[in-house]
Write a protein that binds this ligand. Structure first.
Ligand code: ZN
Length: 688
């Protein structure tokens, strides 16, 4: 049957059989402090047709939640987006200076899923004038006006637009998306839309306290609902479900999940999808718990996904989830790599430079944690995490475990986009280091992450009576340093070449150079001048690099920061660079520090952890910091990145049978958002 159809559709199949890889343009757009990138979905063609079909249905389910997040981020977001998009498409003079400024603002709204910066959470203001905006509104066709006015249309469009204009232009109004500042009512001062009707923080907290589930398998009350104060002062819980709040969008999510269940890879995965469908229909949090447990247990499926109200950072009280989705599948190459590492975990443990007393007799590596994302949606789009660890309920993590993944095609896209942006040219010592980075950078980076995640965290043991809590506030910095050092020590080991993970015994040098340069110098560009290092990963990297620089052989330093006089026009400028003179010696130093950090961990030596962190990880040399920032600023790079998705085209037979799923990487940034707004937008403008 299928073969016959393929013959019938000869022309189409010819294209898909000879899927010559489209040339992918990774850098798509840049505006303000934001850059939009594209990511590849490698090995999608290697999936079976059934798996490709499953991915396709799940990507559809993912895209239908987009409007929900806009509404959660701020009550006015959908109205503003729809108004801007209508002007964008209908305004006659596309060269108009003011129109160009509207386009810029709209691109920013798309990037942030609303009018507040996705990272700083501050409201950003339009650069076009109120007067021009007022006149441009007249180009909006009646059909769009009806959608924007929606349930409020009787109030008059003039009044509604006046309100939107105030929200957009008045800096004092709804200025912060999620307020975390102490001493004020967090709900009334947050611009987002997790609570309604003027509900106060005290009222919400009282309601949650009264409804809290204290059973051993507690329900996460409030995860999928919005608390609204009615006119009579009572509180209503509006649950997100089919037939409830956001039901119009969730109906479509369910429609595609039902198609997905038909092509599930196995029974466990079908159970996961069934539970999610049921949960979306009923809003029952008990079903959500069952779904989470089923999801954690599904380790065999090649394709996996997240779809729903998940992370709670957006809610000032940290209870209600923001809608997000991601579809992914195992990265076969990386999965092979991590499987090899996991199989050899005991060898790595036995041969590490740590004291025998701190080694595990029986170590088990963790495998298959590397994935490729197939679609990003909701709170994972356009700005996206590069790793995910779920579920969030602590009791499920304790009883059933959790799944943690690194998203390789996203990190690869970052690497590709960074190539040729001038960063390496500015900060690396010479062509030799730049070439090394180009040749081995991505490979090393992935390899180091694998070693860190698969082996590093799981290596070593705590002595009796010691727990991870012994190191208190320095625990995560020390733990990350331990995993990083394990990776750094072993990435230079010939064993990796023997296992077929690295191509030769030179490849590791690119990682050594980058780690030293980044840890001691270039990561500082992400910190404001005058501040200390706060974040645990940044602290760990500086701890390692600065400890090494402090312990080099003074006669013949293995690594050092050198000052170079750079001729510039008619003057001279001093720039600092990392220089590595002895890579093998550097490995020895990494090994020494690994032994120390393992001892600190195994013995729970808080005093020593504190000393190491305070001496090497926190303070920043202000002169070096200033230099790094100045050199970085001259490169004019956008600090925040986001992505656009590939477009999935389902090729179906006349009978509606799936023949192929094809990926298109040619869509532009604006085109993608306009398409999503056209094809995946059923939510009312006002969801009060
Ligand atoms: Zn880690």
């Amino acid at each position: 049957m299928k073969k016959y159809l393929i013959l019938l559709m000869g022309a189409t199949m010819l294209i898909s059989c000879n899927k010559t890889k489209q040339e992918i343009n990774y850098n798509v757009d840049k505006f303000y402090d934001l850059e939009v990138l594209r990511y590849d979905v490698p090995d999608f063609e290697q999936l079976s047709l059934q798996q490709q079909t499953l991915v396709y249905y799940l990507t559809e389910a993912a895209l239908w939640g987009r409007d929900i997040l806009y509404d959660q981020n701020c009550r006015y977001n959908l109205a503003i987006r729809r108004t801007l998009e209508s002007i964008y498409c209908n305004y006659p003079d596309k060269q108009d200076e003011q129109y160009v400024l509207l386009e810029k603002y709209l691109k920013r709204v798309w990037f942030s899923n609303g009018i507040h910066h996705h990272y700083s959470e501050d409201k950003f203001l339009p650069e076009f004038t109120r007067e021009w905006f007022a006149s441009a509104l007249s180009c909006i066709p009646d059909s769009d006006l009806a959608v924007i006015g929606g349930s409020r249309i009787a109030e008059g469009m003039d009044n509604i637009f006046a309100e939107l204009t105030e929200v957009m232009f008045n800096p004092a109004l709804l200025s912060k998306k999620t307020n975390q500042a102490a001493g004020v009512d967090l709900l009334l001062t947050s611009a987002n839309n997790y609570y309604g009707g003027g509900l106060t923080q005290a009222e919400a907290e009282e309601w949650y306290a009264a409804h809290k589930d204290n059973s051993p398998e507690p329900l996460w009350i409030g995860l999928n609902s919005k608390l609204v104060k009615r006119a009579d002062g009572t509180i209503e819980e509006r649950v997100f479900k089919v037939g409830g709040l956001y039901g119009e969008a969730l109906e479509h999510v369910v429609y595609w999940l039902e198609k997905a269940r038909e092509v599930a890879e196995n029974e466990q995965q079908r159970t996961v999808i069934d539970k999610l469908i049921e949960y979306n229909r009923t809003g029952d949090l008990r079903t959500f718990n069952e779904y989470c447990i089923a999801w954690v247990r599904d380790l065999d499926s090649h394709v996996d996904f997240i779809n729903g109200f998940t992370e709670v950072y957006g809610d000032p009280l940290g209870i209600t989830g923001a809608w997000e989705a991601m579809v992914n599948f195992k990265n076969p190459e990386a999965t092979k790599r991590t499987a090899i590492l996991a199989e050899n975990a005991q060898w790595f443990e036995d041969n590490s430079p740590t004291d025998k007393a701190f080694k595990k007799e029986n170590v088990k590596g963790v495998s298959a944690k590397v994935i490729n994302a197939a679609i990003l949606a909701g709170d994972c789009y356009p700005s996206t995490p590069i790793g995910i660890n779920l579920p969030n309920a602590n009791w499920i993590r304790k009883e059933y475990g959790s799944k943690s993944v690194t998203i390789q095609n996203i990190t690869d896209a970052y690497d590709k986009a960074a190539e040729g942006n001038g960063f390496n040219e500015e900060f690396m010592l010479s062509d030799k280091e730049i070439k090394m980075a180009h040749q081995y950078g991505s490979l090393d980076d992935n390899c180091h992450t694998d070693l860190h995640e698969c082996l590093g965290h799981g290596s070593g043991k705590l002595l009796d009576g010691v727990t991870k809590d012994n190191l208190r506030e320095h625990g995560s910095t020390i733990e990350e340093a331990r995993a990083d050092l394990f990776g750094l020590y072993y990435i230079a080991d010939p064993k990796l070449v023997e296992l077929g993970i690295l191509p030769n015994t030179e490849a590791y040098k690119a990682e050594y150079y980058r780690q030293m340069m980044n840890g001691a110098m270039t990561q500082l560009v992400r910190v404001e001048l005058g501040k200390d290092l706060e974040e645990a990963h940044m602290r760990n990297r500086q701890l390692i690099a600065n400890w090494v620089l402090d312990h080099v052989n003074p006669e013949k330093p293995e690594a050092e920061i050198i000052a170079v006089d750079v001729a510039k026009d008619n003057s001279h400028e001093t720039k600092h660079y990392m220089r590595i003179n002895d890579y093998e010696g550097l490995r020895r130093l990494y090994g020494e520090l690994l032994a120390i950090i393992q001892e600190v961990t195994s013995t729970g030596n808080y005093a020593m952890a504190k000393e190491l962190v305070e001496k090497y990880a926190v303070r920043i040399d202000p002169e070096l910091h200033r230099e790094m920032l100045e050199r970085y600023q001259k490169l004019n790079l956008a600090p925040y990145k986001g992505f656009i998705n590939p477009k999935y085209n389902a090729i179906e037979s006349k009978e509606g049978e799936m023949i192929d799923v094809m990926l298109d990487f040619s869509e532009g940034y604006a085109a993608q958002h306009l398409r999503y707004s056209r094809d995946y937008s059923v939510l009312p403008t006002w969801n009060d």
